[in-house]
Every structure is written in structure tokens, then in C-alpha cells.
Design a binder for this molecule. Structure first.
Ligand SMILES: Nc1nc2c(ncn2[C@@H]2O[C@H](COP(=O)(O)OP(=O)(O)OP(=O)(O)O)[C@@H](O)[C@H]2O)c(=O)[nH]1
Ligand SMILES: [Zn+2]
Length: 347
């Protein structure tokens, strides 16, 4: 992206502006991080594309972050974020990897063929909620599905406020339905399983698909050439698409709040359970089970909630904790087995 963009085209808004002191306003320039490398970041600004060195003790930065730079192009400070996607760094216990910041809308892409899966949509919605990003469900391959209306209704049932669009991503005119989230100053990202049509949607939204995905070559610390891809692309509607490494493979971890947000209906039912720590299994006075019995709540939804809660807790647990847990569980099974053996022996 070589053309110069205005601050508002880059997503600048009052939320960021109001964080600047008068002094900062006078001598510092806001720039937006567009890609992240080992020792430097690229940023977009009214001055064009800048390369900024990273200092060792500096704040961890994510693509999409706004930072203030001085006239020598040194990063002075990062502005507070409106939203953030992050994940546990692979192989690390505590470190988190920042994936993308200040995204406004997450397109949760799911295809309408055999791959359609409400549980998976709920999982992606939890990630969006956890990051404080507004989700929009984009159902692709509408041309291959004979029950589009029924599927749309199923997704809308997850949350009456949820925005859902069904499209044939191969038809450019149909992508226009996503326009209201792709206008000037808006930042969007996509998430979805393999083969659902993410690249097809991205190519349809970009201004010049071929050029926009051009690779950047840079030298790493050992002098080797590495190829990285640009993460920020201008869409034909004027907004920015953030396709950052790791975004497409985001996993659920430590997102209890996000999962709870997606299951607000279940949370509100649970407040009427007799026991405050009700697990909604066979406890007396369980309002969730009552809603399932009356047909008000699909059993699938409770199962999906419980599965996602377990999954995010497990992914979030440090490796050490996980090992301890597995060991404790192993001992528990041993105890049960030996107790049942003793019972059989008639003790
Ligand atoms: N009929 C139809 N085919 C589609 C649609 N969207 C995508 N496809 C096709 O589905 C296949 C997969 O699409 P991609 O865009 O590569 O999917 P992806 O999600 O980027 O896949 P990964 O790169 O594996 O993550 C391609 O052959 C597309 O042409 C659609 O709406 N209708
Ligand atoms: Zn209950």
C-alpha cells in the first residue's frame, strides 16, 4: 500500500485523539502499525509508509496499534486500544502473542454446505466478544445450499442482535452486502475454518487483489532474507482489511468472558437456578434444564456452552497445570478403580 492515506482513512477517531496531551499534539505524529518484524515495525501515516525501529524495552505492539512518533521517527508511546486479538504463544506457558489491535468488525466466515456448524460459529463469536470486536456472521456458498432461509434463522436464533449475511462469495455484486462494515476508517478482519471462502471474500473486498498481497522482503538479525506479507490492505469501499499472521488460526483460550457473552441467554436463565453453583446437570430447581424441557433452550446450546468453557479453560491452563491436572485425574481414576475392585471383592 504505497499511496498516502489520511488519518481518518487509517481509522483515526476521537477515541484515539482524546488520549493525546496538548504537548503531544504539537510535536508527535500518530501512525498505525501495518506489519511487525523482529526488530522493526512498518507503519502507515499521513507521511506515507514508515519503518520504525523497536526498542528492547518497548511496549509489545500489534498490527493495528496506534503509536505516537517523534520527528526522528522514534516511537514515543502506544495509544490505548479499542480492541485486541491475542493468543497464547505456541509452546509458551505465559506469553501471549498479540495478533491484531483496533479492529472494528470480525467477519466470522462459515460456509452453507456440509461444513455449516452452529457450535463453530459460537466458538468464533466468543473470540470476537473476548476481543471487544463486533462480529458479523458471513455465510458463504449460498449458491450451493437449498435451505438458506432456514440456516439464517438458525444463526439468528443464537442472538437476536447478531448480524448475519448469506452470500455467494464468487459473485462480486453480493459482496456489496458487506459494504456497511467496510467503509472509510473501518477496520475488519476475517476468521473461519479452512476452505470456507475467506480468500475469496478477501479478494472480492480488496481494491487490487494481486498487488495488495505483495510480499515484503527484509533481512533478519542473521542477515538472512525473510519474506513476510503485508497485513493491512485497503478495501475498495475505503476501509482497511487486517489479515495478520495467526488471525485465521486463532484458538479459544482464557476467554471465559467471551464465552459467557455469547451465551447470555443461558447466563440469564442460570440466575434462576436454585443453587448458585448449579452445573445444570440433574440438580433440583435447575432453570436451564427446565428451559430445555420446555423447548425454550436447545439442548445443543447447553452442550456447546459446556464444551467451549472446558476448551477455553484447558487451552488457557499452563502446560504445568495441565500435567498436574492429568496426573490428578489419573490418580482419581485409579482410586475409583481400586474402590470398585474392593467392592467386587466384597470388602
Ligand atoms: N460455489 C461457491 N464456491 C465458493 C464460494 N466461496 C468460496 N468458494 C470456493 O471454495 C473454495 C475455497 O475457497 P477459499 O477462498 O480458498 O477458502 P479459504 O477459507 O480461504 O480456505 P483456506 O485458505 O484453506 O483457509 C474455492 O474453490 C472457492 O472458489 C461461494 O460462495 N460459492
Ligand atoms: Zn442450573
Amino acid at each position: 500500500m504505497n499511496q498516502t492515506l489520511s488519518l481518518s482513512q487509517l481509522g483515526w477517531r476521537p477515541y484515539f485523539q482524546q488520549q493525546l496531551t496538548l504537548e503531544e499534539l504539537e510535536w508527535l505524529t500518530p501512525v498505525r502499525i501495518s506489519s511487525h518484524h523482529r526488530s522493526q515495525v512498518q507503519a502507515l501515516s499521513e507521511l506515507g509508509e514508515l519503518t520504525l525501529p523497536l526498542s528492547a524495552q518497548g511496549d509489545a505492539l500489534a498490527v493495528g496499534d496506534w503509536v505516537l512518533v517523534d520527528p526522528q521517527h522514534r516511537i514515543r508511546r502506544r495509544l490505548s486500544r479499542q480492541s485486541l486479538f491475542q493468543r497464547r504463544a505456541p509452546g509458551s506457558k505465559l506469553e501471549t502473542q498479540l495478533i491484531a489491535a483496533n479492529i472494528d468488525t470480525l467477519f466470522v466466515v462459515c460456509s452453507l454446505n456440509h461444513d455449516f456448524n452452529l457450535n463453530r460459529i459460537e466458538r468464533f463469536l466468543a473470540l470476537a466478544h473476548e476481543a471487544s470486536v463486533q462480529p458479523v456472521v458471513v455465510l458463504t456458498k449460498a449458491d450451493l445450499c437449498s435451505e438458506v432461509a432456514a440456516r439464517l434463522a438458525q444463526v439468528r436464533q443464537l442472538d437476536p442482535m447478531l448480524m448475519v449475511e448469506a452470500i455467494n462469495a464468487l459473485e462480486p455484486e453480493q459482496l456489496v452486502r458487506l459494504s456497511s462494515w467496510c467503509g472509510q476508517g473501518q477496520s475488519v478482519a476475517l476468521l473461519g475454518s479452512s476452505g470456507v471462502g475467506k480468500s475469496t471474500v478477501i479478494n472480492g473486498l480488496l481494491q487490487q487483489p494481486e498487488q495488495q498481497t505483495g510480499a515484503i522482503r527484509e533481512q533478519d538479525s542473521k542477515g538472512r532474507h525473510t519474506t513476510t506479507h503485508r497485513s493491512l490492505h485497503l478495501m475498495s469501499q475505503g476501509g482497511l482489511l487486517m489479515d495478520t499472521p495467526g488471525m485465521r488460526e486463532l484458538q479459544l483460550s482464557d476467554c471465559e468472558q467471551g464465552v459467557n457473552d455469547v451465551f447470555a441467554d443461558l447466563q440469564s436463565l442460570a440466575r434462576d437456578c436454585r443453587f448458585s453453583d448449579c452445573q445444570h446437570q440433574q440438580e433440583p430447581g435447575c432453570a436451564v434444564q427446565a428451559a430445555i424441557a420446555s423447548g425454550a433452550l436447545p439442548l445443543r446450546r447447553l452442550k456447546s456452552y459446556q464444551k467451549l468453557m472446558r476448551e477455553q479453560a484447558l487451552n488457557g491452563a499452563t502446560l504445568a497445570q495441565k500435567r498436574a491436572k492429568d496426573k490428578a485425574l489419573g490418580k482419581y481414576y485409579q482410586r475409583i478403580q481400586s474402590a470398585s475392585r474392593q467392592q467386587k471383592k466384597g470388602y
